[in-house]
Design a protein around this ligand. Structure first.
Ligand code: HSE
Length: 438
């Protein structure tokens, strides 16, 4: 039996600190699970002076990444520096040195996963990326193993805690998007530069990974339609509530007629659904399989210890593989590399959905007839409507829910409606998931 499995870290930030803490605090438990110890040999970071509340033996910390990547004894390299340039170089170098790799880098796996997986396959090493999607929720392992029998049909994820926190707060306590974002930043929930979170990019990274694992296909991040939560306003949240819905930033992927839909956007879902009960910074992923039906995975999608826990779970898996000489027992992308098939990602114009439309209009005769006439001409059928007398910035809000419609037709209708003189301000469209009311 090997004395211990030796681990090196590149990056000693929040997530690495959580992982190191777990490796130290749960040493005995981990050894009982693996059969031998998991030993931290080196940790490289630019800042090795800062007190992280962790006591490490002499000589572990270094400024020099090559002391990790080229260390002859290190079995597994954990990359936690983020970004896609140096991180990619370091991971490929570690793989070239025949070291297994663990990373939490969703952007890198989403954008360059194919290259990394190919390099790992050719060197016969494992790549773990459980921490890249939804922090502490073990969704990657479930996609690869727990659901291996399933022909998966769809995934609906609340995969960004910052957006879910903002939308929950706007719903429960009121306040504009920008006020609530500022509050979230002051409390340390949102990044100083929150664009990747609120613009939907972070969710798109996670969706690209999930979709690729679910359907056994490469997914090009650029083909994922991505819309953030910036335009969701308190009146839309209130109207959604009146209609029996919540608004969530959903990452959605499904198989439709042999093609994939992959999109991130604010979505109205019925208050009766489990996903609508996922509040605050929590994440959840609802997966539908052909035989298992629906499953919901819920938990903390970020944070030092939850994400650190996902890192350590990968270390345990890889350590077990090393000890049983079973490297690459589970293929990195869930399907055998040669068995993956490129499926077409359906362009947004081709999807079908139910829609919530909120117009700001002048309050005078004929407005409703004009708008509904254009919708009708484009084949869009209205299922319900709210028109309130209250004036906001000189106009009145007019809300329409549609039956299932093609996005292309809806956008054509909205372009035409936008030219009407009675339209004041911008129109908001929110896609609605659920059954078409008959
Ligand atoms: N910034 C992400 C979030 C966590 O707000 O959920 C890391 O992916």
């Amino acid at each position: 039996m090997k004395q211990s499995i030796k681990i090196g870290f590149v990056g000693f930030g929040t997530v690495a600190t959580g992982a190191v803490k777990i490796l130290q605090d749960q040493q005995e438990l981990l050894e009982r699970r693996v059969g031998t110890g998991l030993e931290i040999v080196k940790i490289a970071d630019r800042d090795i002076e800062r007190d992280r509340g962790i006591i490490l033996p002499e000589g572990i910390l270094t400024h020099d990444v090559s002391e990790v990547l080229e260390h002859p004894d290190i079995d597994i390299v954990v990359e936690l520096i983020g970004g896609t340039t140096h991180a990619k170089e370091f991971i490929l170098e570690a793989i070239a040195q025949k070291k297994h790799v663990v990373t939490a880098n969703k952007a890198l796996v989403a954008e360059q996963g194919e290259i990394i997986f190919e390099a790992a396959a050719s060197q016969g090493v494992d790549v773990g990326f459980e921490a890249a999607v939804c922090g502490g929720i073990p969704i990657i392992r479930e996609m690869k193993e727990g659901l291996a029998a399933e022909k998966l049909k769809s995934i609906y994820g609340i995969v960004n805690g910052t957006c879910n926190y903002i939308l929950t707060k706007m719903r429960d306590e009121g306040g504009d998007f920008s006020e609530v974002l500022k509050e979230a930043q002051d409390l340390g929930f949102a990044e100083a530069d929150p664009e990747l979170d609120i613009g939907g990019g972070d969710s798109a990274h996670k969706l690209a990974i999930l979709s690729s694992l679910a359907f056994g296909t490469p997914v090009n991040l650029k083909e994922i339609y991505t819309e953030g939560i910036e335009r969701v306003s308190p009146i839309d949240i209130a109207f959604a509530g009146e209609l029996g819905y919540d608004i969530k930033l959903l990452a959605i992927t499904k198989i439709v007629e042999g093609e994939i839909e992959a999109r991130v956007h604010p979505t109205m879902i019925s208050k009766e659904t489990l996903l609508s009960k996922v509040n605050g910074v929590f994440n959840a992923v609802y997966v539908e399989g052909e035989t298992v039906g629906g499953l919901l995975f819920y938990g903390q999608g970020a944070g030092s210890l939850p994400t650190g826990s996902a890192i350590v779970s990968d270390l345990v898996e890889i350590a077990r593989n090393i000890l049983s000489n079973a490297h690459r027992r589970v293929p990195s992308a869930s399907f055998m590399p040669k068995a993956r098939k490129a499926l077409r990602i359906r362009p947004m114009a081709e999807i079908e959905s139910l829609y919530y439309l909120r117009f700001m209009v002048e309050d005078h005769p004929g407005v409703l007839a004009n708008i509904s006439g254009i919708l009708g001409k484009n084949g869009i059928s209205i299922s319900s409507m709210i028109q309130e007398g209250r004036k906001i910035e000189g106009g009145v809000p007019l809300v329409m829910m549609t039956h299932k419609a093609k996005e292309r037709d809806l956008q054509a209708a909205l372009a035409e409606i936008g030219e009407l003189d009675c339209i004041m301000g911008s129109t908001l469209l929110i896609r609605v998931e659920g059954e078409d009311p008959s």
